[in-house]
Each structure stands twice: as structure tokens, then as C-alpha cells.
Design a protein around this ligand. Structure first.
Ligand code: DGY
Length: 330
């Protein structure tokens, strides 16, 4: 009799992959070897008759895919904290537990938001391009001036784990921290020395605005022309959350007309960004390829956490980190 099948949609860091491969006595395991994700129709073929799926945010996990798999599918474990690529209500309706990896990438992502903030403020990427282009001829007293970080106001929208970690780092720069979150986080705001304010106030007063909201129907293109127009012309916008939270056309208009001064993105809409996207023609933007969690420690922990969720699901146990615990209710 053939063994039950597991599919891993990309090569993941070795510690997590080893945990999955250790199941090979009991499961047929396929790990997608291509550096690019499987196309959706290929993924649908792969999941037919599958028992466990370990996937990434680049895989679209919809109701069709769940139905193509069949009722024997015990678990979907995603190696990411975000899960906007997965139809959670569809999974819950089919009683499929969904795993994710919260907590372990908080510091790496907050560090990277700060890397973008500093790089944008002090024009590091522009300076590097200038040097490589052979344009550095002398020390320039009025060259590459940028806004001060120390003493500035940091606005944070979305005050969950990562937003709070970004706020804590601001203490080292003597910043005033203002945050908005639909749910006021009174305990955390004290611990992080942050002040709660309504969204318009945060937008109006921030010198640097760091976005940490989840992507949902409500937050799609949340940062639109109207919101960007509330910001200071000198403001810098940093997005390490999800690309579609910011309307890219509105951001282009804001950056190209001086509505805001600069943006630094780790996430875009779509991903990867189209090479003819007008944002790529601007000098006052930094665009990184969704690498905020790409520290050795964070990615290894994400992989082991995803493997642990997969293994628990295969055993019929509660996932240690489950997005839809309703599947365990009677
Ligand atoms: C996540 O985990 O959701 C990040 O966007 C990628 O690490």
C-alpha cells in the first residue's frame, strides 16, 4: 500500500526540512525543488490525495485547492506569520487546521523596518549608486542631506508584535512615538513609551510612518491619496507589512508631486513588482524584495515552527500555532 503524501512547496531552511524529511518512513515526501513557486494549476495537481501541505506566502491556498486535495488533508502549515494568501474561512469550513509562525520573526522584521527607515532618511541607497557610478568627486557640504532621525516623531499604524518592536527601538533615538491601532493597546503603549492617537493625527504628525497592518478586505489600499495627503511633505513612509495595504498609484502620485518626501518598501503590489511599475522610475524610494524576516535565526525558527505545526497536524494533535482554532471546537 502506498504511503500518505506530504508536499513542501519550496526548499526551506535545513532545520525545518530535516524535521519533515525525518517522517519519510511513514510518508512519501515531495519537496518542490524549483526556486520559483509551483504555478497554481501545478499545485492543485500536487495536492490531490495529499495528507499534509507545508506552504509559503507565495502559494495561493483557496477553496478549489482544498477541494482538489480531498477530505484526507489533515493540515496546512504555512512558513510565515501572515496568511492573507489562504482562504481561512474555507479551511475552517472544511475543518482543516492552518498553521503559521508568529513571534519568531518579530525582531528581524522590526530591525529591517529600521534598516529601511535609516537608509531612506540618510539616503544610503542613493549614495551607493552615486559612488558606483563614479560621481563621487569631493566631500559635498550640501550633498545628500536628509531628515534627522534623532528626536523625530515616529508614527506606527498597526500596534501588534512587530509595530511594538519597532516602537521599542525608537527609544534609542529619543523619538516621540505615536501609534494608531483599531484596538488601543494600553499596556503595550506604556511599555513602549508610545502615545495612542487617532489615525489622522498619526498621519499628520509623523516624520516617519511605519506600517504594520495585516492585509484584509478592510485594509486593501488603506493608504490612498486622501491619507497620503494628510502626511507632511517631508515625511518618509515605510512598509514592511503587505504591499496592497498601500495603493501603489497613490504612492507614486505622492512621491512624484512632493506630497511626501520618501518611501521605503519591503513589500509591493504585486510581488515581485512589475518592471514597468512607475515607482521604479523614482529616486526617492527604496524597494527591497520582501526580505524583512530574512535573518538566519528568524528563517530557521520559521522553518522549524512550520515543521512542528505540520507534524502535530499529521498526528491529529492541536497545532502549536493555529490560525483557526475553531476547527477544534465540537
Ligand atoms: C510573513 O511571515 O508573513 C512575512 O511577510 C515573511 O516572513
Amino acid at each position: 500500500m502506498s504511503k500518505p503524501r506530504l508536499f513542501v512547496t519550496r526548499i526551506i531552511p535545513p532545520k525545518g526540512l530535516d524535521m519533515v524529511q525525518a517522517l519519510s518512513a511513514d510518508y512519501d515526501i515531495e519537496v518542490w525543488q524549483d526556486p520559483l513557486p509551483p504555478a497554481h494549476d501545478v499545485l492543485i495537481e500536487k495536492v490531490k490525495g495529499l495528507t499534509g501541505l507545508l506552504c509559503l506566502l507565495t502559494d495561493q491556498i483557496d477553496a478549489n485547492l482544498m477541494d482538489a486535495s480531498g477530505p484526507q488533508l489533515k493540515v496546512i502549515s504555512q512558513m510565515a506569520v501572515g496568511f492573507d494568501n489562504i482562504d481561512i474561512p474555507a479551511a475552517t469550513a472544511r475543518r482543516i487546521p492552518i498553521g503559521h509562525t508568529p513571534g519568531v520573526l518579530t525582531d528581524a522584521t522590526a530591525d529591517f523596518a529600521w534598516a529601511l527607515l535609516m537608509a531612506a532618511a540618510r539616503r544610503v541607497v542613493e549614495g551607493d549608486k552615486f559612488t558606483r557610478a563614479g560621481q563621487w568627486q569631493t566631500w559635498g557640504p550640501i550633498d545628500f542631506l536628509g531628515p534627522d532621525v534623532s528626536g523625530a516623531t515616529l508614527g506606527i499604524v498597526g500596534f501588534g508584535r512587530i509595530g511594538q518592536a519597532v516602537a521599542r527601538r525608537a527609544q534609542g533615538f529619543d523619538m516621540r512615538v505615536l501609534y494608531f491601532d483599531p484596538k488601543r493597546q494600553s499596556e503595550a503603549e506604556q511599555a513602549c513609551h508610545a502615545e495612542y492617537a487617532d489615525l489622522d493625527t498619526v498621519l499628520r504628525e509623523a516624520d516617519f510612518l511605519s506600517i504594520h497592518t495585516v492585509l484584509s478586505k478592510e485594509t486593501y489600499h488603506y493608504f490612498d491619496d486622501a491619507k497620503l495627503k494628510l502626511m507632511k511633505p517631508s515625511a518618509v513612509l515605510i512598509n514592511t507589512a503587505r504591499g496592497p495595504v498601500v495603493d501603489p498609484a497613490a504612492l507614486y502620485r505622492a512621491l512624484s508631486t512632493g506630497t511626501i518626501a520618501y518611501a521605503a518598501l519591503d513589500v509591493t503590489e504585486p510581488e515581485p513588482i512589475n518592471m514597468d511599475d512607475p515607482l521604479l522610475t523614482l529616486d526617492n524610494i527604496i524597494i527591497a524584495p520582501h526580505i524583512a524576516s530574512a535573518s538566519f535565526t528568524a528563517r530557521n525558527k520559521m522553518a522549524t515552527m512550520a515543521a512542528a505545526n505540520l507534524i502535530a497536524g499529521l498526528k491529529g494533535e492541536r497545532l502549536p500555532n493555529c490560525v483557526n482554532p475553531q476547527v477544534y471546537e465540537a
